[in-house]
Design a protein around this ligand. Structure first.
Ligand code: PEP
Length: 252
């Protein structure tokens, strides 16, 4: 089963619209290089920039939200729904990033509701999981991440599950410059695929699982060469167009 590699830049709370648009001037060049390499690429700007970035995105260049509410509409001040994202042509949303789990109290069970809401609107969830340094040092990474996967994917059908992208991001590797070794990343990602197999059988072979955590142009190739790693979710190194181009160039 061949899974197309996916490189998604998470801009977090960075870039005002003029900066986002300036990045997108290079998007046609990025898309051409990605297509030559046979990989899928995209970025996740803030809600504020989604529409403008989408308008500049070449065909096949993914524009993703960084979060979503599980309801379609109603009295949820400050929230944005899958229906609203779809209405402006957005078809991906990152769910359960560790920063949202930490600062906004998001649980895997809450993520499960968001995942279902996105799938119901035909959008692709990019579901993040990953352990803290204490969990890693206690040797409990696999058990911890398995629970996040079980809860996030609860009640999905095989057809739904294969539309979800997973991003395994050890929290201690995010924005720290301390990336996981490719052996550790592959071991955990292959364990994640194992849990998905228990739930969804061979469909698990179709589910893309990305690695995230201090991915840079000088280490991306090693991760993407691992059999179970299907791409990368990238924060810092996705912000400058030159660095994102370099990531694409070095990816495969
Ligand atoms: C992220 O934000 O998901 C991330 C992996 O950040 P960084 O690449 O900066 O570690």
């Amino acid at each position: 089963m061949s899974r197309k590699k996916f490189l998604l830049g998470n801009w977090k709370m960075n870039k005002v619209p003029s900066e986002a648009l300036s990045f997108m001037e290079k998007a046609p060049e990025m898309a051409a290089l990605a297509s030559k390499k046979g990989i899928e690429i995209g970025v996740a700007p803030t809600f504020l920039c989604l529409e403008a970035v989408k308008a500049k995105a070449p065909k096949g260049f993914v524009v993703s939200a960084q979060n979503v509410n599980e309801h379609s509409s109603g009295a949820y001040t400050g929230e944005v729904s899958p229906l609203m994202l779809r209405a402006i042509g957005i078809d991906h949303a990152i769910i359960g990033h560790s920063e949202r789990r930490e600062y906004n109290g998001e649980t895997s069970k809450a993520c499960n509701l968001k995942i279902k809401a996105l799938l119901a609107e035909g959008l692709t969830p990019v579901y993040c999981c990953g352990e803290s340094l204490a969990t890693y040092e206690a040797g409990e990474t696999v058990d911890f991440v398995k629970t996040q996967i079980e809860e996030g994917f609860a009640d999905l059908t095989k057809e739904e599950a294969k539309k979800v992208v997973v991003a395994y991001e050890p929290i201690w590797a995010i924005g720290t410059g301390k990336s996981a070794s490719k052996e550790d990343a592959e071991k955990t990602i292959s364990a994640i695929r194992g849990v998905l197999k228990e739930f969804f059988g061979e469909t698990a072979e179709e589910i893309r699982i990305l690695y995230g955590g201090s991915v840079k142009p000088n280490n991306i190739k090693a991760y993407l060469a691992c059999p179970d790693i299907d791409g990368a979710l990238v924060g810092g190194a996705s912000l400058a167009p030159e660095s994102f181009m370099e990531l694409i160039e070095e990816s495969v």
